[in-house]
Ligand binder design. Structure first.
Ligand code: F6R
Length: 581
């Protein structure tokens, strides 16, 4: 949540470069943006705007250092005053996270002089106060960071002091380096066009950056740290839209290869995770949103394949059950970003109790990946559209592989998944997209959409509703196929569109109950049925029909959004990577 980016180097267009980098992080927040450039006389010039940064062609004053921010509002409304960077005295600062105890530092006198409603302005004030007391710049940043409660990543410029200070606890910060300069970003795509050489700033660490010189230290003690350069495997073209109109449809089409990449792990690596499941007394699968629905599908995979009962709880609800976490508990965290605060917090507390952690994330450098005993990367490539698509199917594929490995049937599991991957490759073509488009046109005006599914297609009905609601703003609700008649069927009217996931006998019976009351039935299944008014064919995939079935629904959600003139990549009120609770 919120993208932050800075450059310290030799080229004189640092402002424009931060603008371009921030555009690549816009998926993290797009309420407002702002950029500060250090100019000739070592003072700082700041531009702040409400709205999306992607449309900006702003010209900045010359300077070799700049920092900026694309905001997802937490404290304070979406206004120019609340946009970052914030300034106090000689300090200019951007911030991703929440300064939980910021009100402790606001006296009535200070309150009168604050220019914004944000917690961030108070961090700038705190650093400036330390500077005024005669602290050296690095110590002023360190001492301020020590006082802050909550998760944060900050980038700081101080008038008259060349260089940029960065510190983090909880929120991500990654440094990219060339021979002459350094980039600091919340996510790698911001600088991927410039370099693939990175240094990770770990929790509780800070760094002073000037050109390509870096001084790392611990926030708590000031102890110096040495970091290793790492080359990231990401390719530039993976984080570009290419020929596609939006990232969302590009990422849906990436599923031609991402399902196979997700299971490209050695049997030994998979077994390391399985060993944790088998040597503990119970497991909690922790995830939010789409990733939580993926885990609910995995509940069926483990039950059916391995005879194992796993516990799936949305991470935000997990505090109610934390008392059951102990040394013999396995925590399985599933997260595209690897930064989701609700998941990370449970993991941190679980780790302190001695629980074992398996993480499945798409970002190898993420906090969730780094806290785990065993990390299985998704390798789906960067996912930039806010709605999770290719990461979700990659997560399901990897969890299915784990379930089959748990049952001692990993080879069969792999074969089933690879067969599906090949079928998905064939399915995703312009003709299929056109078929989905025709259905989208027929239902785009409907105020409500119902989705039913049975077995692992039940969580996919819930996931379908998330996908459709978040990008097209059509009210959609998913139900277990057998549950409609226990209440919600009262909502069915003549023409109500109902997506029916699957074509088994019982689901078709439930579909018939809806059709008899006037529903328009859109079947998503391997076989046509006369009950269907429309039909989206999906490949037959025994045990993993859930993966095959969600793909056309992702396309449908995308098409509905585009037909309504919406931007599916950046739906209102949302942001990718939810680093606040
Ligand atoms: C919906 C969506 C969200 C995420 C959720 C968890 O399409 O993308 O519901 O699934 O915010 O995010 P990660 O997977 O990054 O933990």
């Amino acid at each position: 949540m919120c993208g932050i980016f800075a450059v310290s180097g030799t080229q004189r267009n640092a402002g424009e470069r931060v603008l371009e980098g921030l555009k690549k992080l816009e998926y993290r927040g797009y309420d407002s943006w702002g950029i500060a450039v250090r100019i000739e006389n070592n003072t700082v010039n700041t531009i702040k705007k409400v709205g999306k940064i992607s449309t900006s062609t702003e010209i900045f004053p010359e300077g070799t250092e700049s920092l900026g921010h694309s905001r997802w509002a937490t404290h304070g409304k979406v206004t120019q005053e609340n946009a970052h960077p914030h300034r106090s005295g000689k300090v200019t600062l951007v911030h991703n996270g929440i300064f939980e105890n910021y009100t402790d530092f606001i006296t009535p006198e200070i309150q009168k002089n604050l220019l914004s409603e944000t917690d961030t302005e108070v961090i700038a004030l705190l650093i400036d106060t330390f500077l005024k007391k005669g602290e050296l710049p690095e110590e002023a940043v360190r001492k301020s960071a020590q006082k802050m409660k909550g998760r944060f990543a900050i980038l700081v410029m101080i008038d008259d002091i060349p260089g940029i200070f960065a510190a983090r606890r909880g929120s991500p910060l990654i440094l990219g380096r060339t021979e002459t300069e350094t980039f600091i970003a919340s996510d790698i795509p911001a600088f991927l066009s410039e370099t693939r050489i990175v240094n990770y700033l770990d929790d509780g660490e800070m760094v002073y950056v000037k050109g390509n010189t870096l001084q790392f230290s611990k926030i708590s003690t000031g102890e110096s740290l040495i970091k290793r350069d790492i080359e990231v495997p990401w390719k530039m073209e993976e984080s570009e839209k290419g020929k596609f109109a939006h990232f969302m449809i590009k990422e849906i089409f990436d599923q031609k290869s991402s399902i196979a990449s997700a299971i490209n792990h050695s049997d030994e690596d998979i077994q390391k995770a399985v060993k944790i499941l088998q040597s503990t007394n119970g497991s909690y699968f922790l995830a939010c949103g789409t990733a939580n629905k993926v885990c609910s599908a995995a509940e069926y995979f483990f039950a059916n394949q391995a005879g194992r009962k796993i516990n799936v709880v949305p991470s935000s609800e997990m505090p109610n059950f934390e008392k059951f976490i102990h040394q013999k508990t396995a925590l399985v965290a599933v997260s595209q970003s690897g930064e989701t605060a609700d998941v990370l917090e449970i993991l941190e507390r679980g780790k302190a109790k001695g629980a074992r952690i398996i993480a499945i994330t798409n970002v190898e450098s993420s906090s969730i990946a780094r806290i785990a005993d065993v990390h299985l990367p998704l390798r789906a490539g960067p996912e930039k559209a806010v709605a999770s698509t290719k990461a979700a199917t990659a997560q399901m594929a990897l969890l299915y592989l784990l379930a089959t490995a748990d049952a001692g049937k990993i080879t069969e599991g792999r074969q089933t998944l690879l067969a599906l991957a090949a079928n998905v490759n064939d399915l995703l073509n312009p003709r299929y997209e056109e078929k989905v488009q025709i259905i989208a046109e027929k239902i785009v005006k409907a105020p409500n959409l119902f989705i039913i599914g049975r077995n692992a297609l039940y969580p996919m009905a819930l996931e379908s509703a998330i996908k459709i609601m978040e990008v097209s703003y059509v009210h959609a609700q998913g139900f277990a196929a057998g549950e409609m008649k226990h209440g919600p069927i009262a909502l069915i009217e003549e023409g109500s569109p109902c997506l029916v996931l699957g074509g088994d006998e019982e689901t078709l019976m439930n579909a018939m109950e809806l059709k008899s009351r006037g529903a328009r039935i859109i079947g998503v299944s391997p076989k046509r049925s006369e009950i269907f008014d429309e039909w989206l064919k999906v490949p037959e995939a025994n045990g993993i029909q859930s993966i095959a079935t969600i793909i056309p629904v992702q396309i449908l959600a995308y098409k509905l959004a585009v037909l309504k003139g919406l931007d599916p990549d950046m739906p209102r009120n949302l942001a990718k990577s939810v680093t606040v609770k």
